[in-house]
Design a protein around this ligand. Structure first.
Ligand code: SF4
Length: 764
């Protein structure tokens, strides 16, 4: 355990047992280091102060208001600590064996009668923030044997994953903005001052942005709202909702037309420039000016600014993804980075070299496989899959539409789709109509209230952590292992054991089957893959020797040790004696600094051609949809967009009083001109109506939003019958996804459209 014991030995019987633990905050993508004071030991240990770890190699003491609330989350009286089984509508505490027996009794007959696709699984966003979700979700999916796999990725990030897969060869081969070294940071649809960043892991975005400006750099923010990030920007472009792809296409068109394309050092590895030229030709600044709401001269100027900056990087995030042309916008972000010579160079958009899990850190290019779309389609709407998952917008209709292949049972792993998916009312009713449902969750929330069995995960402080996915997107190469701060409660299963046992039940191995069976299978498969990898450091080695070297570890610690040791910095089980191991990370409680990002092309590419594809086929085919949209009549009503708040994190943190108290945050932002026109009064309620739903919410009149646009935050809508979130129920807010429409999607990725929803607003 990397715990520094007795840092404050005062002689006091309580103080003398105080120790300090260090851990990476698992709540958002920033990955801040925390310093946690723990009084006592064993089951009676109590968490004291939590603050930023000043010695953390990545975050240097930065922490946001959420990080210090891990204690409140752990102590929350509403947190479920033992399995729950619902019988005749009444919840009962159960033992783990009883809970798995109930699942076996109810789930297996459904599979037997209707096939394995009668069960769907949904993986919520927190799975990215747990070792269990990263390492044992796949075995669970295999155990269920269903192709009805859904996740939060198709709610807000699949466009970026898909464009990166098509351009660079992998869904997580995403270039991240090297903001610590750039001269011009061009941001679309992202508000890192509130979100702490996404698909670009970096603690302390405010500090990094302010440092950028202090060294003479600039930040331009494109957003319909003057977000906190836009407030800080040197220039705010108040674009119309959903129009990022038009703006970006026009900027590329300007670069090409004005002879400003300079591919820089990556030129030998770039394919498709001629095709790109033809694709963007219709999108002149004049052609997109109306649809974007940005005048042609400004578009031309910012394109020239990008080209002229010594270094620059374009970064688009949720606002660009959750739109009608999300994949095209995500693609164009990186097209701009390539065309301005900023791909793969310091200060531009760069590829990390993670210690664990990088799919492009070994071997050479030209080993990639073509991205296959449409291997299967959804039953009702015929939507295509991507990256092994079906679009989450189709979940409700797959549940509530009778017929062959209907989803009748549901496994929800750390997700709250009743709040996070479009047309929340329809999904809520669909969940109610299921034959059987299991939730793995720490709360009985708006989704898990529909379950028949809830399997609780331990609190974040009770399990070890390593950010496997997020450090693949870090703006600086680091590695950081967090041991569990507190022990598991008596009889509590770790969350990897919950997933493993659920997988075994679904496979018919029985309700009491040992989670170790799955764990051994996972480590065996990873060892076999490492040995078979001809580019890997343990190619051809003996599997038994490697397995023995990992002993006595089991569970996620054994898997992380293995992945570290066969990774780019690893000890290769003795071949590189100074290399990383889990033991080395345990001896470095503040993390290990692996250095700034380095140019990685062409070796980091995994496209079938070994090239950066500037005009991949599926994307090129979708551009006509964008071009046709130029001819559509302008929408003259109000459009709804979302927003983030620093104290909120999707729907998860609303049961922590210190984060939700004070001024109401779930309000409808309305521009003063719209408020005057519609007779809306600040602080008074209004009804917001879309094609699919209606909510009533207080109005907040503000000029920090473009006229014609209104904004609601997401993740609210608590206080529903059967949910037992006491604090959240008192600060309920409304569910913005009652208004979002499951029919509106980015066609190529199937991603939800959550920005630019046509609504009407009426004062009440
Ligand atoms: S920014 Fe994110 S990782 Fe850092 S303390 Fe806040 S919630 Fe935790």
């Amino acid at each position: 355990m990397t715990i520094v014991e007795g840092q404050r030995p005062t002689g006091d019987p309580i103080e003398s047992t105080t120790r300090t633990a260090y851990r990476t905050c698992p709540l958002c993508e920033a990955g801040c280091g925390l310093e946690i004071s723990v009084k006592g030991s064993g089951p009676g240990a109590v968490i004291g102060r939590i603050r930023g770890d000043r010695d953390d190699v990545f975050s240097h003491g930065y922490v946001c208001p959420k990080g210090s609330t891990l204690r409140q989350l752990h102590d929350d009286p509403d947190r479920i600590r033992v399995p729950q089984v619902k019988r005749d509508g009444v919840w009962h505490d159960a033992t783990w064996d009883e809970a798995f027996e109930e699942i076996e009794r109810r789930l297996l007959p459904i599979i037997e009668a209707h096939g394995r696709d009668a069960v769907a699984i949904y993986l919520g966003n927190p799975n990215v923030h747990t070792l269990a979700g990263q390492l044992y979700a796949k075995p669970l999916i295999r155990g269920l044997g269903t192709s009805n796999v859904f996740s939060a990725s198709t709610v807000d990030q699949r466009p970026k994953e898909l464009s990166s897969a098509l351009m660079f060869g992998g869904g997580l081969i995403i270039p991240v903005p090297d903001i610590d070294r750039t001269d011009l940071f061009f941001v679309l649809g992202a508000n890192p001052y509130a979100s702490n960043g996404s698909l670009a892991t970096a603690p302390d975005w405010p500090g990094r942005i302010e440092a950028l400006q202090a060294r003479g750099g600039r930040m331009i923010v494109v957003d319909p709202r003057r977000s906190r990030t836009a407030e800080q920007a040197d220039e705010w472009l108040a674009i119309k909702p959903g129009a990022d792809a038009f703006l970006l296409a026009a900027m590329v068109q300007v670069l090409i037309a004005d002879g400003l394309v300079d591919l820089g050092d990556v030129e030998p590895y770039v394919a498709g420039l001629d095709d790109l030229r033809a694709l963007v030709a219709p999108f002149t600044p004049e052609a997109v000016s109306t649809v974007t709401g940005i005048d042609a001269a400004t578009i031309r100027r910012v394109a020239h600014d990008l080209a002229a900056a010594p270094t620059a990087v374009v970064y688009g995030r949720i606002g660009t993804c959750t739109a009608e042309f999300g994949t095209l916008a995500s693609w164009l972000v990186d097209v701009l980075n390539v065309c301005t010579g900023n791909l793969d160079r310091p200060g531009g958009a760069m590829f990390p070299t993670p210690a664990v899990g990088g799919s492009n850190t070994r071997g050479k290019p030209r080993v990639g496989r073509e991205v296959r779309l449409g291997r299967r389609t959804t039953r009702v709407r015929g939507m295509t899959d991507s990256m092994g998952e079906l679009p989450a917008v189709a979940l409700a209709e797959e549940m509530d539409t009778p017929g062959e292949g209907q989803i009748r049972a549901f496994v929800c792993v750390a997700g709250n789709p009743a709040l996070s998916l479009p047309n929340g009312d329809r999904l809520d009713a669909a969940l109610d109509g299921l034959d059987f449902m299991v939730s793995i969750d720490i709360y009985r929330n708006e989704t898990s209230r529909h379950a028949d069995v809830i399997l609780p995960a331990p609190s974040s402080l009770q399990k070890p952590h390593y950010d496997i996915a997020l450090l693949q997107l870090a703006i600086h190469n680091v590695a950081n292992w967090s041991p569990a701060v507190l022990p598991l409660d008596a009889g509590q299963l770790d969350d990897w054991e919950v997933l493993a046992r659920l997988a075994l039940v679904a496979q018919g191995a029985g309700a009491t089957a040992d989670a170790a069976i799955v764990d051994d299978m996972v480590v065996g498969a990873l060892i076999d893959a490492a040995i078979a990898d001809e580019h890997g450091p343990v190619h051809g080695r003996d599997a038994a020797e490697i397995l023995a070297a990992l002993a006595p570890r089991v569970g996620p610690a054994r898997l992380v040790d293995l992945l570290l040791r066969v990774g780019p910095y690893g000890d290769a089980f003795g071949a590189n004696p100074d290399g990383l191991t889990l033991s080395a990370l345990e001896a470095a409680p503040h993390g290990v600094d692996l250095g700034p990002l380095q140019p990685r092309l062409p070796d980091g590419l995994r496209t079938p051609t070994g090239m950066v594809e500037l005009a991949p086929g599926p994307i090129a085919a979708d551009v006509e949809r964008l071009r046709a949209a130029l001819d559509r009549p302008a929408h003259d009503g109000l459009l709804l967009v979302g927003r983030r708040d620093l104290r909120s994190n999707n729907s998860w943190m609303h049961n922590v009083e210190v984060l939700v108290k004070g001024k109401p945050r779930c309000t409808l932002h309305v521009h003063p001109d719209d408020a005057a026109r519609l007779g809306l009064v600040d602080g008074r309620p209004a009804a917001v109506t879309s094609r699919v739903g209606r909510v009533e919410v207080p109005v907040e009149v503000t000029d920090a939003i473009r006229a014609g646009v209104v904004s609601l935050p997401h993740g609210w809508g608590h206080g529903q019958e059967g949910a037992t979130l006491g604090v959240a129920g008192r600060y309920a807010g409304v569910n913005s996804n009652i208004l979002s429409d499951e029919v509106a999607v980015d066609v190529l990725s199937g991603n939800a459209v959550l920005n630019g929803i046509p609504v009407e607003v009426t004062g009440l």
